[in-house]
Design a protein around this ligand. Sequence first.
Ligand SMILES: Cc1cc2nc3c(=O)[nH]c(=O)nc-3n(C[C@H](O)[C@H](O)[C@H](O)COP(=O)(O)O)c2cc1C
Length: 368
Amino acid sequence: MSILFTPFTLRGLTIPNRIAMAPMTRNFSPGGVPGADVAEYYRRRAQGGVGLIISEGTVVNRPEARNDQGIPFFHGKDALAGWHDVVDAVHGEGGLFAPQIWHTGLVREQFPNKPRPSTPEGPSGLFRPGEPYGQAMSQKDVIDTIAAFVESARAAAEMGCDAVELHGAHGYLIDQFFWSGTNQRSDEWGGPALPDRMKFAAEIVGAVREAIGDTPLILRISQWNQQDYTRRLAPTPTELEAWTRPLIDAGADMLHCSQRRFWEPEFPEIDGENGLNFAGWVKKLTGVPTMSVGSVGLSDDFFGAFKDQKTEANTDLTQLERRIEAGEFDMIAVGRALIANPDWVGKVREGRLAELSGYRSEMLQELA
Ligand SMILES: Cc1cc2nc3c(=O)[nH]c(=O)nc-3n(C[C@H](O)[C@H](O)[C@H](O)COP(=O)(O)O)c2cc1C
């Protein structure tokens, strides 16, 4: 049997296989409230056999935490009731569900013709170096934002979500604190070296850990961000350990290490072109479970996902299996292939690979 279909236990939660649905923003929650169509969308992926469904990014209770009007809230009576229905739908199929808790910080709105009602917030009022946007957060803003993450995570645990993921990747708020390009603060939330800029994330992880009891806590991180695709927050293993260790010490159970192509080596100068990937290095350096991601089941990576992309299905999963078998990382997230094929996992398990479809950007137009 393929290693992909063996269980994995994370902080007491047994996930029936190694495949997670990657978090993917879909913008189908008008007024921030996920409706019956959203519940049906996730139910189909649970029915299709996904081991752990990670939701689209869903935002905390802060002004301008989202940068598009269709992004769901993870706070407030109506949105939480909507998520409760999603959890019931996923559980009804025997699936497991984790919301991805998010604050978009100083990433601009996707539709500039729809002005935001108030000024967005971030560490230093910068979208990227030399590009001012929004406002710098006050001490009170920072404290209140940490509390807002805790409030959402607690609500998730209380409604029976099986795990919680925090979005610390890709240039959104938590990542904006990590990066010197967007965090130029000289107070306790910033400083010249990466360890000086860790406090915001570590405080969130620690406070969320306390609030959710034994619910597994996953933190997503990335070397790249959308402000600079070539960015590497931690260019050496020493720096990578200095970045990730405090997050684990604060209470993260698993790091979800985002990259574009899961087979790409993180430090080829050390272990060669077939060396460990990002998740592999984080696991090696820290010993914690990791999740990888990037172009599984498709012929092209996701940077073109939003505009006119047409990818073919790639049905050779042997390299993925080999890496999990070797213990390089523990789970794999699958994104676009699960938009194109709600039953991707079941088809792979049954060897019906010829039936898998490629992904096309136009699939984002509807929630199928
Ligand atoms: C439509 C779309 C929306 C996405 N939204 C999010 C998101 O809300 N949060 C996040 O962490 N990543 C998001 N991503 C990145 C995916 O989680 C994933 O890392 C990326 O698509 C690579 O996986 P894939 O090659 O299997 O698609 C999104 C990707 C796509 C295609």
